[in-house]
Design a binder for this molecule. Structure first.
Ligand code: ATP
Ligand code: MG
Length: 403
């Protein structure tokens, strides 16, 4: 029997009502569609409570699994299952279940779980599971049914006029589709933390626009290449729209030459925030995000956070503030940025570092030290020197530049 191969996309329905629900589904559909352009997909449709990705005829199980794994990383996806669409007729559904289960290969126990969202199909879901289950037992006599924690759960869903049957199913990253929560400027270094912070913002539906401060021309541009690699990782799941690269070395040099050594780091960071805020104004973003985690390094004390935040007039989000390094590393591994971030690169952070940075800076001191620098002029020249790299983010639309 030749059946239509599909991936069935599940999302959490809590809090999704009326108009909200339609825009959530449409946005998720558009995001998935754009990111799957390199795969053999026919179309994606909304079916009640799910999205269904139709895969081209003749596509192998292996490629279908790759498609499934790609979809699982897209924010808003709670789960993806790989299987077949078929007529809602018990014989055909049972055979589809056999085909799907046979493809999974390595397993010992299984169970069938069914769902019927239209009562015009007159077999109750328990009965569907029982019938499909006994057909599978006949065809896989060496496998065992197990209700609790089986190796494979075969899903049979009767939705409107069709049935969707699957065996392989993977968990998605959850969250909200990118584009549902506005734009955020994320401060992206080539370290471990900030890519994870960027990802977490995207997973809550924000469109991240990154800014990276390079030590150039005082250092090489290695960190810029690493940041570009990180952006490509984020791009796979539509989690980054653009990256502004700022050659920052000369400004750090000026600060290092003129300001008290212990205040350098605070002053670099205040200037970085001011530049991020200027980019935010150009991009229509209303917040900044960083990868700071409380107490992790000298500059990440509450006192210092207070002084850096006072440099700008917009909310600064720190999605990792309460996370331990181990948790952040686990996220970086899941995202796929860990290897890249583990490479060493001099960036603006390693440049002109004082021996004893202030851990309890005072705002008056920072303001007084800043007075000697023409910050507004610097920011204007920085904005003229930035380079912008674009990445595929389906929900991002370029704004027309105001003259
Ligand atoms: P990360 O692992 O993200 O590099 P970190 O542990 O090195 O962070 P800091 O150097 O104090 O900590 O940086 C704190 C945050 O400031 C970073 O998470 C990032 O958001 C931002 N930041 C630091 N350096 C840069 C940079 N060169 N360009 C852009 N943002 C930066
Ligand atoms: Mg760093």
């Amino acid at each position: 029997m030749e059946l239509q191969r599909i991936c069935l996309v599940h999302y959490h329905e809590i809090g999704l009502k009326g108009h909200n629900r339609t825009s959530f589904e449409n946005r998720l559909l558009k995001n998935i569609e754009a990111l799957l352009s390199a795969y053999p997909i026919v179309t994606i449709r909304r079916i009640s409570g799910r999205l269904c990705v139709f895969i081209k005829e003749g596509t192998s199980y292996e490629v279908a699994c790759e498609i499934e794994d790609a979809i699982a990383g897209v924010p808003g996806v709670a789960r993806v299952s790989c299987g077949y669409k078929c007529d809602r007729e018990m014989g055909i559904m049972s055979e589809a279940a056999r085909m799907a289960l046979a493809e999974v290969g390595d397993f010992y126990t299984f169970k069938v779980a069914s769902r019927r969202n239209h009562t015009d199909f007159d077999i109750p879901s328990m009965e569907i599971s029982r019938l499909v289950g006994s057909y599978l037992c006949e065809h896989f006599p060496e496998k065992k049914v197990r209700m609790k924690d089986p190796d494979v759960k075969v899903g049979v869903e009767v939705i409107q006029g069709n049935a969707y049957v699957y065996a392989r199913s993977v968990r998605g990253v959850g969250g909200l589709p990118v584009g549902s929560s506005g734009r955020v400027i994320t401060m992206l270094s080539s370290g471990i933390d900030s890519p994870v912070a960027t990802w977490r913002m995207a997973r809550r539906g924000a469109i991240p626009i990154a800014v990276h401060f390079s030590g150039r021309p005082q250092t090489s541009s290695t960190s810029e290449f690493l940041v570009d690699d990180i952006c490509h990782v984020l791009e796979r799941t539509g989690c980054i729209a653009r990256c502004y690269i700022v050659p920052f070395g000369d400004y750090q040099r000026e600060i290092a030459l003129g300001a008290p050594p212990e205040l350098r780091v605070i002053l670099y960071r205040r200037l970085m925030f001011k530049v991020a805020q200027r980019i935010a104004q150009q991009e229509g973003a209303k917040a900044i995000a960083t990868g700071e985690s409380l107490g992790q390094v000298a500059s990440q004390t509450i006192d210092n956070i207070f002084v850096t935040d006072a440099a700008v007039n917009m909310p600064v989000f720190r999605p990792l503030i309460g996370s331990d390094k181990q948790e952040i590393i686990a996220d970086a591994q899941q995202l796929g940025s860990f290897e890249i971030s583990s490479q060493d690169a001099p960036d603006c952070c390693t440049l002109f570092m004082p021996r004893n940075p202030e851990t309890h800076a005072k705002l008056e001191d920072a303001l007084a030290a800043e007075e000697q620098f023409p910050l507004e002029e610097w920011i204007d020249s920085i904005m003229e020197a930035v380079e912008v790299h674009d990445y595929a983010c389906p929900s991002y639309k370029k704004r027309r530049r105001k003259e």
